[in-house]
Design a protein. Structure first.
Length: 414
């Protein structure tokens, strides 16, 4: 196992870094720099939901102070950083969870996408991506916290909208707005639900895990296929899914408040491995990022480190400390090709306001950017300018969205 420490020093001059940030050059000379910072700043430091990015627009869930008019879903031009439209949440419903992570998908089945987000108005709402007009609403039992999923899961024709509100009620809604089925967990759900053919039977299932540490796999008609106490009473807060080994089933990897990262076999819910990485463990990416092309899970924890775990065994391949100061938590990293070379990099936000690009095979730090504001949510990676390299869109706790671009250094000549 390889352990690396990256020292990042934050410098504040007259408070300017609250609006502007700076980039640090990595050991290989690569740079990570901001091309714009949005004007969506709020007088709070608790925004913690990621943006959705599609077709040249960033859809940012922005929260303001309780009871204010500062809560909104804001559409931002991905190239220039200018606000295109915003849909405000009434002050009576304005709080830190006012708009959950949005998704962009064709929910109504008309061939055109909608921007979909659950809100503190206890509903999931679809918006026209061009102007923000409301396309549909569906009532929930509580406010939404996780990102909706759009997939063909129910026996009925077409795709469904799957939403799980914060108190664990599952809603599976058809394109016509009718409920296919619901299920009440009666416990908090913070990890994003996932739809996939987990047991490799040719049909999609829905996987949900909650505060009690129990994961449940639902069939397309809402019946329970398996229930597994993967965390034994420890709250599941993050989850990711993918192929971790050589079998046909899709694995799910959960992380918990007490620091466990747990891999579960999608076929029957059995635990394949468990690894404790420290308090407030967080996972978001499972990728073929190992040196031999094997699947790797990337996890963070409150100690400020990123760890690469072998997805089949849970063994730690490398550890890199990217935040050295004491922090509240660490958002999980995202994986994508941010330099356009055809290989993936790791983009890891720090709760201290830093964003670090890492080599996913070695954990080496390639470049870092920082602002004087915390980050609580993963970066969203998307190539919106068509240059072959994904940009990173990061929502800071003060409500500002920053677009970051990474440029690798040129390899020295012979």
């Amino acid at each position: 196992m390889r352990v690396v420490t990256a020292l990042v020093a934050l410098v504040v001059v007259g408070g300017l870094l609250a609006v502007a940030g700076y980039g640090l050059v990595g050991a290989d000379g690569g740079t990570l720099s901001a091309t714009w910072v949005s004007d969506t700043g709020r007088q709070i430091s608790s925004n913690h939901h990621s943006a959705a990015v599609a077709d040249g627009t960033v859809y940012a869930p922005i929260s303001g102070a309780d009871g204010s008019d500062g809560c909104a879903l804001v559409a931002i031009d991905a190239e220039r950083g200018e606000t295109r439209w915003q849909h405000g949440i009434p002050p009576a419903n304005c709080t830190i969870h006012s708009v959950a992570d949005p998704a962009v998908a064709d929910v109504t089945g008309d061939g055109a996408p909608e921007v979909v987000a659950a809100t503190t108005e206890k509903e999931v709402t679809g918006f026209d991506p061009e102007d923000g007009d409301v396309a549909f609403r569906h009532e929930l039992s509580d406010y939404g916290y996780t990102k909706p999923v759009v997939a063909d899961i129910a026996p009925a024709p077409g795709e469904e909208l799957v939403v799980v509100d914060v108190t664990g009620t599952v809603f599976v809604v058809g394109a016509d707005g009718s409920e296919r089925w619901t299920y009440a967990f009666e416990e908090y759900v913070w990890a994003r639900p996932a739809v996939d053919d987990f047991d490799s039977d040719g049909r999609a299932e829905l996987l949900v895990a909650g505060r009690s540490g129990t994961a449940v796999l639902f069939s397309g008609n809402g019946s329970v296929e398996w229930r597994s106490p993967v965390a034994d009473g420890d709250s599941v807060t993050w989850a990711t899914t993918g192929q971790a080994d050589g079998d046909d089933a899709v694995e799910a990897v959960f992380s918990t408040v007490d620091g466990d990262v747990v891999a579960v076999d999608g076929a029957d819910g059995s635990v394949e491995w468990r690894r404790n990485v420290g308090e407030f463990a967080a996972v978001n990416a499972l990728s073929a990022g190992g040196s031999d092309g094997a699947a790797v899970v990337y996890a963070t924890s409150k100690d400020g480190s990123v760890r690469a775990l072998d997805a089949e065994t849970g063994a730690v391949e490398w550890t890199t400390e990217i935040v050295t100061e004491r922090v509240q938590m660490m958002p999980p990293p995202s994986v994508g090709d941010v330099d356009g070379d055809g290989d993936e990099e790791l983009v890891a936000p720090g709760n201290d306001g830093s964003v670090t690009v890492l080599d996913p095979e070695t954990g080496d730090v390639l470049a870092t950017y920082a602002r004087d504001a915390p980050i609580f949510a993963p970066a969203t990676l998307s190539d919106e300018n068509g240059d072959g390299a994904a940009e990173a869109y990061v929502v800071y706790a003060d409500g500002r969205v920053v677009r970051l671009e990474y440029e690798a250094s040129e390899s020295p000549g012979p």
